[in-house]
Design a protein around this ligand. Structure first.
Ligand code: BGC
Length: 672
């Protein structure tokens, strides 16, 4: 722990020191009687959520949720997202942004999945790292959260996540480890206990892993009101208890008197606070986007993240000159993040029907706003019937119908109770499909949806996610063919909840046993041969791409450059996300069928070929060996798989790793 150069710990009284370890209110740190400048922290992951003195939310740019940023698979856009939110933070005087969240999407039920990136640790970590760079390069700090294993909302303040060491290292620590490369100023702990001890009191987790093993040297902040025993949290190296916790002063004083905490332990955290204050003071935040540009950044990210899952008969993009009907009020007022990720924007979105009519001037675009809402009415059957007759007659007369739907509510504090669309939406889709064979479904949800009951009745499915204030602009642009979709799923879409490892089991209220181990997401479906509706990494384009000429060049003992050509064989310019997976062919331990180890998003003009290169290193081949207590690469054969998704492998190559004998354990060839 380096000593702060600017603020002398010796000038503080014991009381001031202790009070520095908790806020003065929800969002501000303590001033130690004017000796230490205060820091202002503020949410959140999809835009700034900040409150004025009357506790009203200030207006900010509502950016796409991180789950949609993940679907861009684009490092530059993750950076741009961070930069854009930092601009709002600077404009409103926030020193530290409480984002990004990098927890793994272990179950599609998790109410906070929209705040997280992916089911894959590498994709999550890399995009979080770029997001952090984007924010911090503007001079604003970040808070990488929630360390660790915060994967569902149900029981989030009580239920312990019980996880073995290897799984923690390979799946749950890993995204943090990668994101830490960007040196976030702070890390926030999780609400939940991990292996029986609250994350906020878990010294092994915070000091042993986060600081000593993963090398984090910044400030650890508690999640809001996650601290029960202040002195225990400070012993575990929580430096800042947020918000103001009235127990802190007495708890720490008493513990000190009884010898339950030492002055060194207190000073350690105080220095971390002083160092952070110094960092904030030394930083000169700089905005680089005006309000309109921030909005345009949101649109750019949304367009790149919206994901086309199905497009039978190339029904999309819509052809100009057609007769179309837009159905459902979500096409006017789309859903967005809730809880601490709610953003108050003053941007007024135009309805999709209006935007489509502008983009397709020769077309006739009708709109039935009440369609979905009406289906859920407990109102009179006569009204329902009149409505039904109207909308289905309209649908019958059109060339295609675009229907906007959503699933169960997604929010912080509770989970989804199922992964289907809302009942009334399913009903509307099936009914519309009776009168029109060209149904296009746009889903306003951020995690996997079970589509079994209707997917065969529709021509196209698009995931618009939570795209913030850019939603309607971005989705209309894609539907109208102005933008070529290039998003790909950052999580697998199973057929139904029962196919997920966790199913509807949410733990017993006290313990959730992560006995899926390292087999999370596609690692699980592939290991156990379970078919999915849409695989991890899947997403369609209006272009068509061809992969060939794989070469793998060895550049070091464990370093390789994987290169391949992608040709856009269509007549539409587009971007392709190519994914590089690695499979360990023979191993002393059980391993996933394959794991994502690199990816690239490449814009390729119609008819053009681009050579893409992805680097692999030690970590691309290593697993976490619990006997050695470190990452370990076992000599032998590995397969490199280059795919358009985890299930659409285009090219494969073989490599052999021959590290020095001294690094190897006794070998046995264990088949699987
Ligand atoms: C959330 C955090 C958030 C904090 C402050 C907590 O309830 O879990 O993610 O940053 O509140 O709003």
């Amino acid at each position: 722990m380096a000593k702060s150069k600017k603020y002398d710990i010796n000038k503080l009284t014991l009381e001031e020191k202790i009070l520095l370890l908790t806020g003065v209110n929800e969002w501000k740190t303590y001033s130690a009687n004017g000796k230490v400048p205060q820091i202002v922290v503020s949410d959140g992951p999809n835009g700034l959520q900040m409150f004025d003195d009357d506790n009203n939310r200030k207006s900010a740019t509502a950016m796409p949720a991180l789950s949609l940023v993940a679907q861009t698979w684009d490092k530059e856009l993750a950076y741009l997202d961070g930069e854009t939110i930092a601009n709002d933070a600077i404009e409103n005087g926030a020193d530290i942004l409480l984002a990004p969240g990098v927890n793994i999407k272990r179950t599609p039920l998790n109410g906070r999945n929209f705040e997280y990136f992916s089911e894959d640790p590498m994709l999550s970590g890399v995009l979080a790292r770029e997001f952090i760079k984007g924010v911090q390069d503007r001079g604003v700090g970040t808070s990488l959260k929630h360390f660790c294993a915060n994967n569902r909302e149900k029981g989030r303040r009580v239920q312990t996540s019980e996880i073995d060491e290897r799984t923690l290292n390979e799946i749950y620590y890993r995204p943090f480890e990668i994101a830490l490369e960007a040196k976030p100023w702070t890390v926030m702990c999780a609400y939940n206990p991990v292996n029986g001890v609250y994350a906020s009191e878990n010294k092994k987790l915070l000091k042993g892993v986060l600081r000593d093993k993963l090398g984090f040297d910044g400030l650890i902040v508690s999640d809001w009101a996650s601290v029960q025993n202040p002195y225990k949290s400070i012993k575990a190296t929580i430096d800042l208890i947020m918000p103001y916790n009235e127990l802190t002063l007495d708890s720490v004083k008493e513990a000190l008197a009884k010898g339950n905490i030492s002055m060194e332990e207190i000073d350690y955290c105080v220095e971390n606070v002083l160092n952070l204050v110094e960092k904030v003071q030394n930083s000169t935040p700089k905005m680089n986007y005006n309000k309109e540009q921030r909005h345009q950044n949101a649109v750019k990210i949304a367009k790149a993240g919206i994901t086309l899952l199905k497009n039978e008969d190339n029904i999309l993009p819509l052809k100009d000159g057609g007769k179309y009907l837009v159905v459902g009020d979500l096409s006017e007022t789309p859903l967005g993040g809730l809880g601490s990720a709610y953003v108050q924007t003053d941007y007024v979105q135009e309805p999709v029907a209006k935007l489509l009519a502008e983009k397709l001037p020769k077309s006739e675009v009708g709109y039935d706003r009440a369609a979905c809402a009406c289906a859920s009415w407990a109102g009179s059957n006569r009204i329902k019937l009149e409505y039904a007759k109207r909308v289905y007659t309209e649908a019958y007369e059109k060339d295609a119908v675009i229907v906007f739907v959503s699933g169960d509510t997604e929010s912080e504090s509770f989970d989804r109770s199922h992964i289907k669309l809302k009942k009334e939406y399913e009903e509307v889709i099936r009914n519309l499909a009776r009168y029109n064979e060209n149904i296009i479904v746009v889903i306003n949800a951020t995690s996997a949806i079970d589509m079994q009951d209707w997917i065969d009745d529709v021509k196209a499915v698009v995931i618009e996610g939570f795209a913030g204030e850019a939603t309607n602009e971005a989705i209309s642009s894609i539907l109208a063919g102005e933008t070529n979709p290039s998003g790909k799923l950052a999580e697998s879409f199973p057929y139904d909840l029962e196919d997920t490892f966790t199913g509807d089991d949410t733990g017993n209220g006290l313990v959730e046993w992560y006995n899926d181990g390292i087999f999370v997401g596609y690692r699980y479906y592939e290991k156990y041969g379970i078919d999915v509706l849409f695989p991890f990494g899947h997403g369609l384009s209006y272009s068509e791409f061809k992969y060939d000429n794989l070469s793998i060049e060895q550049t070091g003992e464990c370093d390789f450059t994987v290169s391949y050509d992608i040709t856009n064989v269509s007549n539409v310019d587009g971007a392709e996300v190519s994914q590089v997976y690695v499979k360990d062919v023979f191993s002393m331990v059980i391993r996933p069928e394959k794991e994502l180890k690199g990816f690239e998003k490449t814009f390729i003009k119609a008819g053009e070929t681009k050579r893409v290169s992805v680097k692999l290193d030690f970590r691309s081949f290593a697993y976490y060996n619990t006997a050695l207590d470190k990452w370990h690469v076992e000599n032998g054969a590995f397969t490199v798989l280059v795919g358009a998704s985890s299930a659409d492998i285009k090219l494969t190559g073989k490599i052999n790793i021959n590290l020095d004998d001294s690094t190897q354990q006794s070998q046995a060839l264990v088949g699987r």
